[in-house]
Design a protein around this ligand. Structure first.
Ligand SMILES: Cc1cc2nc3c(=O)[nH]c(=O)nc-3n(C[C@H](O)[C@H](O)[C@H](O)COP(=O)(O)OP(=O)(O)OC[C@H]3O[C@@H](n4cnc5c(N)ncnc54)[C@H](O)[C@@H]3O)c2cc1C
Ligand code: SF4
Ligand code: SF4
Length: 461
């Protein structure tokens, strides 16, 4: 675990801190959450085995094999195990309008409560900061426990923001009941690992709902976007990262930021494009752990929801989910709801699901293999992954692109810290401009080459 933390591979999930009272979760100056180990003591074995980044803990494949054992389960190297794969959205209520995508995330969690299949849902929500909504002491978002569907519905939407589970896992251990927990893939893995160490968690963890994940952002992401909209970090109160903008494709969503400027409340809604950091391909403010991750579709979750980033759905600004179901009870629930018209579901093939996350999968298969090789060549310790270190799958040009993208993400943390300390966003812009320009030039040439290759193949039949 010390190697995980010192190497910068801690994703800040908080699993270890839930099981070892000597471990605490701290926010560092890069605005990420990181575990702090007890001084002069080694972390407990339970904590080590609960960390999704130690070499000793079970990987996603073995956890999935253990959990998903139905006779009709199918397995795919890219999307994991599945009973059913769909695209769709919630027809009933305001789930779709209030959700990031098709609203399935909040719907599944509240449906589990409504059907009395769980007593509580652990999900991510805005934290109350009534005394001083701009205070840095309390983060903007965090995990909370909700026991009624209304609270789950009220706290939909994706929070591209560091959150940690140590307190809610402790709550689960202290408070009897059946729980559903939502998390990005590594958090789902951490939950399964905790359940292997704690019989209580194993009994109480009834469902794990996964969220497809491209990568996690540091807290600077929210601040950088809002700052460009005229709200500086010290006045920032809240951010909605996924505002649906009518008349535009679903993928061209907007941002809403609220805060105080010159003593006056200010609220801004703006399209994301054009804001530095908003292009997910650039990977600005990305945690280093995310560069060493091989799970895109939460392979250990009972169900996973994401965005159906496929051309046939992008026109509908209201958003469409991609859904992979692995648990038989949840499969019955979603199929039953679709039959009754409560959900709209269309069958997707495993290939289409993978295509909806093509960029994420490329980055965490071929790209990861290359990053592992680079780490090995540098002699750095890095976590063991299901992908093997290799460069052969990437052309020299693609290797350059991956190196530049990695450098972009890592450079963004210190550049933003400098800008924040100086109270001047331009410092960030100036530091990042040459790196962004160089990356964009290389990337657009590669896109052009790929398009030319496609045309040539078509002409040759
Ligand atoms: C860091 C991050 C990266 C993502 N990357 C991708 C991607 O590359 N491709 C893709 O298709 N989709 C990605 N998503 C998922 C996408 O943004 C939507 O969350 C997903 O499509 C579900 O939308 P929905 O309308 O069904 O969910 P909603 O109905 O809006 O519900 C979302 C649920 O997720 C919970 N939640 C929000 N933020 C977090 C969080 N940080 N950790 C755990 N739970 C959370 C909320 O509490 C809520 O219950 C990402 C999400 C996150 C948080
Ligand atoms: S369990 Fe989570 S918080 Fe603890 S060291 Fe591992 S990644 Fe970090
Ligand atoms: S990219 Fe991987 S490591 Fe990073 S938050 Fe997502 S699931 Fe976790």
């Amino acid at each position: 675990m010390a190697r995980v933390i010192e190497g910068g591979y801690c994703v800040g999930c908080g699993a270890c801190a839930a099981l070892d009272p000597g471990i605490t979760m701290r926010r560092n100056d890069r605005q990420s959450l990181v575990a702090a180990l007890p001084e002069n003591a080694t972390p407990s074995r339970e904590a080590e085995l609960s960390c999704p980044f130690t070499d000793e803990s079970a990987d996603e494949e073995s956890l999935s094999q253990e959990r998903f054992t139905a006779a009709d389960i199918q397995r795919d190297k890219r999307i994991g195990a599945y009973l059913g794969t769909y695209a769709g959205w919630v027809e009933e209520g305001e789930f779709r309008a209030k959700g990031s995508s098709g609203g399935m995330g909040a719907w599944i969690l509240s449906e589990l409560l409504e059907r009395d299949l769980v007593d509580a849902v652990i999900h991510v929500a805005e934290l109350e900061r009534d005394d001083d909504p701009t205070s840095d002491e309390i983060p903007m978002f965090g995990f909370r426990v909700s026991t009624n569907a209304g609270d789950v519905k009220a706290h939909a939407k994706s929070r591209y923001y560091p959150v940690q589970m140590s307190d809610v896992i402790k709550h689960m251990i202290e408070t009897p009941g059946r729980y559903a927990v939502v998390g990005v893939p590594c958090f789902c893995t951490a939950l399964r690992l905790v359940a292997k160490q704690s019989e209580i968690v194993s009994e109480r963890l009834a469902f794990v709902v996964g969220i497809v994940c491209g990568h996690l952002k540091s807290g600077a992401f929210a601040e950088a976007l809002a700052w460009q909209c005229g709200i500086a970090p010290e006045g920032l109160q809240s951010v909605d990262f996924r505002v649906k903008l009518e008349g535009r494709p679903a993928s061209r969503y907007g941002l809403r930021a609220d805060g105080i400027v010159n003593g006056e409340p200010k609220s801004v809604t703006a399209p994301m494009e054009g804001l530095i950091g908003a292009n997910w391909g650039h990977g600005l403010f990305k945690l280093k752990a995310c560069e060493f991750c091989d799970d895109v579709l939460a392979e250990t979750a009972d169900i996973v929801v994401g965005d159906a980033w496929l051309p046939q759905y992008d026109d509908d600004y209201r958003g469409t989910n991609v859904v992979v179901v692995r648990d038989a009870t949840l499969h019955t629930i979603v199929k039953d709801a679709a039959r009754k018209g409560r959900l709209h579901l269309e069958d997707l093939s495993a290939d289409e699901v993978a295509a909806s996350q093509a960029g994420g999968l490329r980055h965490r298969r071929d790209g990861l293999a290359y990053r592992l090789l680079l780490a090995d060549e540098r002699g750095d310790w890095r976590p063991r992954k299901r992908v093997l270190a290799n460069a052969a799958q990437l052309t020299k040009k693609l290797q350059r692109i991956h190196r530049k993208r990695y450098a972009l993400g890592q450079a963004s943390h210190d550049a933003f810290l400098k800008a924040k300390q100086a109270g001047n966003f331009v410092i960030f812009e100036q530091e990042m401009a040459p790196l962004l320009k160089s990356y964009d030039r290389e990337h657009s040439r590669s896109l052009l080459r790929r398009a030319a290759g496609r045309v040539k193949r078509m002409l040759l039949g």
